[in-house]
Design a protein around this ligand. Structure first.
Ligand SMILES: O=c1ccn([C@@H]2O[C@H](COP(=O)(O)O)[C@@H](O)[C@H]2O)c(=O)[nH]1
Length: 260
């Protein structure tokens, strides 16, 4: 099964669009605490998590011991649960090949995030792993997204729309990253490329809401995946609080679908 088939299956079985982001905060933990902390978070949030998304930077910040913590964290995720390695790589083809090998073969991620700024040849080494998923940055959730991504081409098309329409033809294992903080842009991307899976970060700590996301992107297992990291991991002082936050996000997304 491909990544997107596996994601659709788990998301459908749980009826959950929630992706739990695993971004351990340097200020809150010593590196030895990271893997046990995340192991408990994973065990508690498993009934709600269609997917997990460790952001590699949050482990790299501790150097080699942080990488060991990432390895132990990945070991704690049951094999049937898809895992996205959020690394946002992007480089010339030969280097992209090495990045793809590192993320898919050495780390074993089921999907990755990639920055498409360098163009198609920089993405092809990732696409070559046809059973894995490749989420390309399209319209990010941060305020600076407007600096480049909203610039208009000569015909008036914003760059992020051009990216969405272009990468739709790059392969069956492609998805897009579109932020929850820009619902109008999210709706536009959904309209332009209705068949492309979307990874949607930016709910919770960044201010995006489940209602806006579902209104803009719809509710479809495997095609809409809503990530929250800090607002789940640090919802309280226990793994139970993280579980409650993940459950609340799942329920808010369902309620938005059902018009409740
Ligand atoms: O446009 C983007 C792309 C990626 N991210 C990543 O998602 C999580 C969000 O964390 P929160 O704590 O839920 O804000 C983080 O890993 C980002 O690097 C994003 O936020 N926006």
């Amino acid at each position: 099964m491909t990544f997107f088939e596996r994601l659709e299956k788990r998301s459908g079985a749980l009826d959950s669009l929630v992706c739990v982001g695993l971004d351990p905060d340097f200020r809150r933990h010593r590196v030895e605490e990271v893997a046990p902390f995340l192991r408990d978070i994973i065990a508690a949030t498993l009934p709600y998590a269609a997917c997990y998304k460790p952001n590699v930077a949050f482990f790299e910040q501790w150097g080699v011991p942080g990488l060991r913590a990432l390895e132990m964290t990945l070991e704690a995720i049951p094999g049937e649960v898809p895992v996205i390695g959020d690394a946002k790589r992007g480089d010339i083809g030969s280097t992209a090949e090495a990045y793809a090998r590192a993320l898919f073969e050495a780390w074993g991620f089921d999907a990755v995030t990639v920055n498409p700024y360098l163009g198609r040849d920089s993405v092809e080494p990732f696409l070559a792993y046809g059973d894995r998923g490749v989420y390309l940055l399209c319209r990010t959730s941060n305020p600076g997204a407007r600096d480049f991504q909203s610039l208009q081409l000569a015909d008036g098309t914003p760059l992020f729309e051009y990216v969405a329409a272009t990468v739709a033809g790059w392969g069956a294992n492609t998805g897009l990253v579109v932020g929850a903080t820009a619902p109008a842009e999210l709706a536009r991307v959904r309209e332009l490329v209705p068949g492309l899976p979307l990874l949607i970060p930016g709910v919770g700590s960044q201010g995006g809401t489940p209602e806006d996301v579902i209104r803009a992107a719809g509710y479809r297992h495997g095609h809409v995946l809503v990530n929250a990291s800090r607002s789940i991991l640090y919802a309280g002082s226990s793994p139970g609080a993280a579980a409650d936050a993940a459950c609340a996000l799942r329920d808010a997304l369902r309620a938005a679908r059902d018009g409740r």
